[in-house]
Write a protein that binds this ligand. Structure first.
Ligand code: PHE
Length: 397
């Protein structure tokens, strides 16, 4: 995940924090196409991505993503009745200021790269995390809140990565009376309550699972942690969290407070809880998938109804200096849509004499809903080859 990284972008034109947009008003609903695909030279959003907007899987009570959201709501409601205010309809188009600057993401942080983030224009993005709403919600005076929404990231393609997914952000602010009553330092109280709340959440969702805390790095928290749970024989990362950077609180709330924050991925939790093997299934309209889940039911386990055969195609090309795997995946998605299951580099070598590097990528095509014909896959692959050569300026071999 991009935010864990303290590294720098691999592109030179990081967005300067000085270039700050007027705050986007509190809008809701599905954005219009012109609001997303703007014609700005910085725009890197395809129709494939636009078509995913407004689906609001997290607002459907009997969809696995909506079921998980509600289960987390219920848990926090039982733990701290009436405390957390909930938002789940914040507009997904936000300023770079909200998405990055206000949560202290450094000007040269890798997550700002147009290789990783969808830009509407130079100062506006599709939020790449729900942390984009921390500062504005604190400014509105809320001391405890949960913000759920769809988030967008350019990434590789496999069974657990999809360019749109859902996160829930949690924030809780403490005041002096709280840490005095607890007999703890402000940071101790925040850290202790955070860990207790999230371990309790893991047990609420997964039963009596083993949990462990891993030290982590995020620009917006210090100290920072990741929670892992032991599930089906392996340790699995389920969320990032930490004690909120004091500056965020001081700049947007009131001085003299302390807070914790967490961000969790709903798909990750739903895949584990409901045994969903491929993240694309959440976007399927197939009743054979949707009918297996019901509002409030955490006991459902996905029963695969079929696995249609996969078909793979390899393509090798000499890469150009600007080549990036995320750009390749974006292009393949824009042609093959949800038929693309995985894109992996299966071979790479550098010619000693010319210094040129060749990559061979395998594209796996499979439908979740039907059998694909050879003609249809060949036609898709032909288009992929043509556009890879034209758009990515690489030389096919
Ligand atoms: N925004 C982080 C991410 O998307 C998660 C996070 C939220 C971590 C809040 C710490 C605190 O990876």
């Amino acid at each position: 995940m991009a935010f864990k990284s303290a590294s720098r972008p691999n592109r030179s034109h990081a967005i300067s924090p000085a270039c700050v947009a007027a705050p986007v008003e509190l809008k809701t609903g599905k954005p219009r196409r012109e609001e997303v695909i703007t014609g700005s030279p910085d725009n890197n959003i395809t129709d494939y991505i636009y078509e995913k907007m407004g689906a609001d899987l997290h607002r459907q009570a009997d969809h696995p993503i909506g079921i998980i959201k509600q289960a987390i709501y219920d848990y926090f409601e039982a733990r701290n009745p009436g405390l957390f205010v909930k938002f789940d309809d914040r507009f997904p188009i936000v300023s770079t200021r909200a998405n990055f600057d206000e949560v202290l993401v450094p000007a040269d942080h890798i997550s700002r790269s147009p290789n990783d983030t969808y830009y509407v224009d130079a100062s506006t993005v599709l939020r790449c995390h729900t942390s984009a709403h921390q500062a504005e919600t604190l400014r509105a005076g809320h001391a405890a809140f949960l913000v759920t929404g769809d988030v967008y990231r350019r990434d590789s393609i496999d069974a657990t990565h999809y360019p749109v997914f859902h996160q829930m952000e949690g924030v809780r602010v403490f005041s002096e009376a709280d840490w005095t009553a607890a007999g703890l330092s402000p940071t101790q109280l925040a850290e202790q309550d955070l860990k207790a709340a999230l371990e309790g959440l893991a047990k609420h969702l997964f039963g009596d699972v083993e949990c462990r805390w891993i030290d982590a790095y995020f620009p917006f928290t210090d100290p920072s942690f990741e929670l892992e749970i032991f599930f089906k024989g392996k340790w699995l990362e389920v969320l990032g969290c930490g004690v909120m950077e004091q500056r965020i609180l001081d700049d947007n709330y009131k001085p003299g407070h302390k807070a914790w924050a967490f961000g969790l991925g709903l798909e990750r939790l739903a895949m584990v809880l409901f045994d969903v093997p491929d993240i694309r299934l959440f976007w399927s309209n197939d009743d054979r998938f949707l009918k297996q889940f019901g509002a409030g039911d955490l006991t459902a386990r996905f029963k695969p109804y079929s696995k249609f055969p996969a078909c793979y195609k390899d393509m090798a090309f000499w890469v150009s200096p600007e080549f990036s795997e995320n750009n390749l995946c974006e292009l393949v998605r824009s042609i093959g849509g949800d038929l693309v299951e995985e894109v992996t580099c299966i071979d790479t070598f550098t010619n000693k004499k010319t210094g040129r590097t060749s990559n061979c990528y395998r594209i796996v095509y499979r439908s979740m809903e039907r059998s694909l014909t050879d003609e249809e896959i060949n036609a898709l692959q032909e288009r992929v080859r043509k556009e890879v050569a034209e758009v990515l300026k690489v030389e096919l071999r």
